[in-house]
Design a protein around this ligand. Structure first.
Ligand code: IPM
Ligand code: MN
Length: 352
């Protein structure tokens, strides 16, 4: 029987609760589709940091490289200053494992309330390919005269042609494989970031002309992208963009698909170890109440199986989630689902 080794990082806040349901559904899918998941838990997160003073053991990255995939809950603790855990765990793993793609599907499931007027599942079904290794996330910059009236802070958006090309290649390939509208939209800001997104735009058209002539290319400035994601989301098929814009537009995308209860993402290294997570965060105020929505974690598990090559199992998870959004859940919001966290996990697992 095929088997996969999975590192499970439940993390902080409601992370462990949603991960538990994700694992439940993953195991149900494994059983049904004839493969095995060997899971190993790691306690990385805020509590461990507060106890030991260590954010991530030095060996963590090497250890993670031994797995086929990583399943992550949430990182962020109310007693730890913002940035420490995010940079020390989440961003560090993304960078050190070179997970240079952040794949974020924006799909409105049936029965889910959408904040956009007159939009339904037939209008909202696209994927954002967010570059995940560069931009303002690289820590390039610094501060001088800190604390004085003359303080100057610089944090640069940095991209190499190499980073841009490998991201674009993934995006073109993904668009081709998805085979829906066969349209890839570059989201940039060529009217202001005339160095940065000029590089992206040239690379985009060069690669498209030479290697992907059948994929239609579009370009939108990031501000306009936000506007059209609200007004005409049905225009989009696949959007590719830099790390910072990708971070921002995928929160907008998430709310149009029903919010953080359902939005999942994958930090992907196509040649290495990838990491899948619900994108909602640790939600400290709901911790331990068994009311948080586990569907985002469950969907992240589905993305993980898809990336591992277990497409049938991934499709079954998505179908099961759609069935319960359509027929069971009253709302996707924490405490308003009409079911507890564990019950939602049970419902999906049964259907799988
Ligand atoms: C996300 C998050 C992270 C990011 C934070 C927590 C560092 O917002 O995954 O979108 O900015 O990438
Ligand atoms: Mn974000």
């Amino acid at each position: 029987m095929k088997s996969y080794n999975i590192a499970v990082l439940p993390g902080d806040g409601t992370g462990p609760e949603v991960v538990q349901e994700g694992v439940k559904v993953l195991n149900a899918a494994a059983q049904k589709y004839g493969f095995k998941l060997n899971m190993t838990n790691y306690d990385f997160g805020g509590d461990r940091y507060l106890k030991t003073g260590e954010v991530l053991p030095a060996s963590a990255t090497e250890e993670m490289k031994k797995f086929d995939s990583i399943f992550l809950g949430a990182i962020g603790h109310p007693d730890v200053k913002p940035g420490i855990l995010e940079k020390g765990i989440l961003l560090r793993l993304r960078f050190e494992l070179d997970q240079y793609i952040n794949l974020r599907p924006v799909k409105l499931f049936p029965g889910v309330e959408c904040p956009l007027k007159n939009k339904g599942p037939e209008h909202i079904d696209y994927v954002v390919v967010r570059e995940n290794s560069g931009d303002a996330y690289t820590g390039t910059g610094g501060v001088t005269m800190k604390g004085t009236l003359h303080e100057v802070a610089v944090q640069s958006a940095v991209y190499s042609r190499f980073q841009v090309d490998r991201c674009l290649k993934y995006a073109f390939e993904y668009t081709q494989k998805r085979n829906k509208k066969n349209t890839l939209a570059l989201c940039g800001k060529t009217n202001v970031l005339t160095f940065l997104y000029d590089l992206w735009e040239r690379a985009f058209h060069e690669m498209g002309d030479k290697q992907y002539p059948t994929i239609k290319r579009e370009y939108y400035h990031v501000d306009a992208t936000c506007m059209w994601m609200v007004k005409n989301p049905e225009w989009f098929d696949v959007i590719v963009t830099g790390n910072m814009f990708g971070d921002i537009i995928t929160d907008l995308g998430a709310i149009t698909q029903g919010g953080m209860g359902i939005a999942a993402g994958g930090n992907i290294n196509p040649e290495g170890v990838s990491m899948f997570e619900p994108i909602g965060g640790s939600a400290p105020k709901y911790t331990g109440m068994n009311i948080i929505n586990p569907l985002a974690a469950i969907c992240a598990g589905g993305m993980m199986l898809s990336t591992l090559g277990e497409q049938k199992a991934a499709d079954a998870i998505e179908a099961a989630v759609m069935d319960i959004t359509a027929n069971k859940l009253k709302s996707l919001a924490a405490g308003k689902m009409g079911y507890s966290t564990t019950q939602v996990g049970d419902l999906v697992a049964e259907r799988v």
